[in-house]
Design a protein. Structure first.
Length: 451
């Protein structure tokens, strides 16, 4: 008689426990280095405007056995550092993005793995293993389900994120496979997050990322203490997929191809501080702007064609006005209008959306969705007031898959927005690109703290 098939959480836990940095394919190891570098740089560039999660963390009692707050340098309890750093990493929404689950992986996983590494004195090699385990688990849990969860009002990063953070922290803590499976199972009860904030422009979208990171950290800690999780937490009749997606899912993990297909390689970087859905359309609009600069009043109409699911994502089809930067960064009309008017889009464009010419142009941007169009692709057509039509199109994921040179170039471009001297940022680049060789994460963390 054959042995019973393990549950999904058990299979995911077994995979996460098996990840070893030295055994990773070279391309996966390199991508791990680059996501750590990219997301830490984006976090540093996000420092400045008031961030309540960071402000709360800075008032906590300091502890030597904790995690370091990025930029600030205080050491506070690791779950609190995880929460604050994840919120900082996501506040510009320039952290990496996995279209397959419509979710941000790095801002959830990296702060949790980093805090766990500080807490335990783990090596850079262990950090890399944790990051890769987290990326693969979070992406596998979420892949293909956002089309079911999003219409129900759930935020993909918030509901899929705890699984990734739990896998990352559990791997850094060196939990055995069965305990890591329990950590992933416990995460199902700690998932949450809604998309209403995108519509109103309120900032809950940022703390959802922080909560996902912290809750995954907590799940791993609880599992390490011996707490069990429901064996069918994911696929059970009252489990995660039935509750959040309304779908029945089997327990066979073989189709996930864990360890054979590396989803971290499919993850995308963001060149601009706008939503993942807006990256390619804005890039396409910038191509038109580079070929033919036009004053806003010379543009009669702009048509942007994207994937229909992406068009229907909350707050994407919203020309304004906006209740806050969260609504502005989600508005494809506003982001395209900014690109056509200014030839770029920077974070301050999302903090101040009062330009009347830009507002008027945004109202002349029309979105069209095509169900058979691949995600992260776009066609943009500009019609001028004198009757000309200027078009450009971009293939799926155009410009969003970085090599090392592109990743470093973006960090260099972001350096003026960071509260650190350029020489320190260069040391961060060096530390991140050799992180698997470091005896600890101490140097990496020190590069992210203002002296």
């Amino acid at each position: 008689m054959s042995a019973p098939r393990p549950s999904l959480s058990a299979a995911l836990g077994a995979f996460a426990a098996s990840v070893r940095a030295r055994d990773l394919p070279p391309a996966v190891l390199e991508r791990a280095r680059l996501v750590v570098l990219h997301d830490l740089a984006v976090a540093l560039a996000g420092w400045g405007p008031a961030l309540p999660p960071m402000d709360l963390a800075r008032r906590l009692p300091e502890t030597a056995a904790g995690g370091t707050l990025l930029v600030d340098g205080r050491r506070v309890p690791a779950p609190d550092a995880t929460f604050a750093n994840a919120c900082l990493m996501h506040i510009r929404t320039q952290d990496d993005f996995y279209s397959g689950a419509n979710a941000h992986l790095g801002a959830v996983i990296i702060p949790a793995a980093l805090a766990a590494s500080e807490l335990t004195g783990a090596s850079g090699e262990e950090l890399v293993a944790g990051v890769v385990a987290g990326y693969e688990v979070m992406a596998a849990v979420g892949e293909g389900f956002s089309e079911h969860t999003t219409p129900r009002g759930f935020r993909s990063t918030g509901i899929f994120g705890p699984f990734g953070a739990a896998a990352a922290v559990g791997r850094v803590l060196r939990l055995p496979a069965d305990r890591l499976g329990h950590a992933i199972a416990i995460s199902a009860s700690l998932a949450g997050g809604l998309t209403q904030a995108w519509l109103e422009g309120t900032p809950e979208w940022d703390i959802e990322v922080g909560l996902a990171s912290r809750n995954g950290f907590l799940a791993a800690q609880l599992a390490a203490e011996g707490m069990p999780g429901a064996s069918a937490a994911l696929e059970g009749p009252r489990g995660f997929y039935r509750a959040f997606a309304g779908r029945e899912v089997g327990s066979d993990a073989a189709p996930l191809a864990l360890g054979r297909r590396w989803r971290i390689l499919e993850n995308t970087f963001k060149r601009l501080p706008v939503s993942g859905i807006s990256q390619v359309p804005v890039r396409t609009a910038l191509e038109i702007r580079a070929r033919q600069p036009l004053a806003p009043e010379a543009i009669a109409r702009v048509e942007v064609t994207i994937n229909e699911f992406e068009r229907r994502y909350p707050a994407v089809d919203n020309p304004g006005p906006f209740g806050g930067p969260g609504a502005a960064l989600m508005s494809l009309q506003y982001c395209v209008a900014t690109a056509l008017q200014a030839g770029t889009i920077v974070w301050r464009d999302l903090l101040d959306t009062s330009d009347p010419a830009r507002q008027a142009l945004a109202r002349r941007v029309m979105l069209r969705g095509e169900t058979d169009r691949p995600p992260l692709s776009a066609r943009v057509a500009v019609t001028t007031t004198d009757g000309r039509r200027i078009e450009a199109a971009s293939e799926p994921g155009a410009g969003l898959h970085f090599d090392r040179a592109e990743a470093v170039a973006l960090v260099t471009a972001l350096t003026p927005e960071m509260p650190l001297p350029a020489a320190q940022v260069r040391r961060l680049v060096d530390a991140a690109l050799a992180i698997e060789s470091a005896g600890s994460v101490k140097t990496l963390v020190e590069c992210c703290v203002r002296s």
